[in-house]
Design a protein around this ligand. Structure first.
Ligand code: SAH
Length: 346
């Protein structure tokens, strides 16, 4: 069965017509789901009961339930744990910045990319999320906080380009003027570097920001931390980033998690400069958030600043990511993992 919340307005119109309904019903339903953020048909006061019955017969209606919220005492960041209709858990994060509220969403339940320092991938991939389930995370957070979301980053659990079609549909719906109408310029998708899908995304010519998880500045170093690098050579990935910029005019963001003694030396910084020197890009340095299953450690403050300095000297745009919500299982997948483990031992 199709999921009604995962259909664009034109698709929903088609479906309504196929059910013998008037086109304006699609617009009404779409508005209930994507503007008024209705959690179910019972909230839809101007839709006839007969149509609701037809919808229930022909479509699923995604829902998510808040299971837990942790609020950071340091910066007010809130981490939400949601339960999907099938019992799976996903986590999303709400961050308040002076320029607006940002939500970080998950694109899959678990992940099969296997990055060495990441908690989301430890149990592999369970399944991909539907467009409606990605939207639901934003809708539920909007309702819970009572505040508008202005930025969305797809940087939670999962590899968004491993769920390509649903991701694309989600972006179109999120930036649709008939829905939440979030500007594509305020949407960022982070990928570990699935080259053919980076190129496909470039050809869509959207205005979203593409963030590439680099984490190593040579093929060897990158492959040590990211198994996906064995499939796509670092140079292929960089070429795909250049292609993305050429097609969209959008500056690439590189994410580089600094791991103490692994990728934070002067030589690493120099290699990184050479790798990206002719690209229009921004580098985000992220002090690695250690997970207990691996023995990676955060770089020394001094090494982080030195690394940043080296890049700045070569006139590369670089920032050290502000660490938000470190006190609330901030690293990808930590909260979900802790709660799922408790659930299965109960
Ligand atoms: N699969 C996508 C998006 C999810 S992860 C990707 O790989 O980009 C979002 C970012 O957080 C990625 O750059 C990822 O490598 C990084 N990350 C994951 N776990 C981390 C940790 N423990 N410490 C620091 N960064 C981490």
């Amino acid at each position: 069965m199709k999921d009604i919340k995962s259909l664009t307005l034109p698709q929903l119109k088609e479906e309504m017509e196929a059910l013998g309904e008037k086109g304006f019903r699609a617009k009404q339903l779409y508005e209930w789901m994507h503007v008024k953020l209705a959690r179910g048909y019972e909230e839809m006061t101007n839709i006839p009961k007969s149509l609701i019955a037809k919808c229930q017969e022909n479509f699923t209606y995604t829902s998510i339930k808040e299971v837990m919220v942790q609020t950071s005492a340091i910066d007010g960041t809130r981490k939400f744990l949601f339960e999907l209709a099938d019992g799976n858990l996903v986590e999303s994060v709400w961050m308040k910045y002076h320029h607006g509220n940002s939500v970080c969403i998950s694109s899959q339940v678990g992940c099969r990319m296997g990055c060495r320092f990441c908690a989301s991938t430890l149990d592999g991939l369970e399944r991909s999320l539907l467009p409606g389930e990605m939207l639901d995370q934003i809708y539920a957070i909007t309702l819970a906080t009572g505040e508008r979301v202005s930025n969305v980053v797809v940087m939670g659990t999962g590899e968004p380009l491993d769920n390509y079609d649903n991701l694309l549909q989600f972006i179109k719906m999120l930036s649709d003027e008939n829905g939440l109408n979030i500007s594509q310029r305020n949407i960022t998708v982070s990928t570990c570097g699935i080259v053919e899908n980076m190129r496909r995304l470039a050809d869509e010519k959207l205005q979203i920001t593409l963030a590439l998880s680099l984490h190593g500045s040579t093929q060897e170093k990158r492959a040590e931390l990211m198994p996906i690098a064995n499939k796509y050579h670092i140079q292929e990935v960089i070429d795909a980033c250049r292609y993305y910029f050429e097609q969209t005019g959008r500056r690439i963001t590189f994410e580089y998690s600094l791991v103490g003694g692994v990728n934070d030396t002067n030589e690493d910084a120099e290699n990184l400069c050479r790798l990206v020197e002719d690209l229009n890009c921004h580098i985000n340095l992220i002090p690695v958030n250690p997970i207990k299953e691996r023995n990676y450690i955060e770089s020394e403050r001094r090494d982080i600043l030195n690394f940043q300095n080296k890049l700045e000297k070569k006139h590369i745009n670089v920032t050290i990511r502000r660490e938000m919500g470190r006190d609330i299982d901030g690293a990808c997948g930590q909260l979900r993992r802790r709660i799922s483990a408790n659930k299965s031992t109960n």
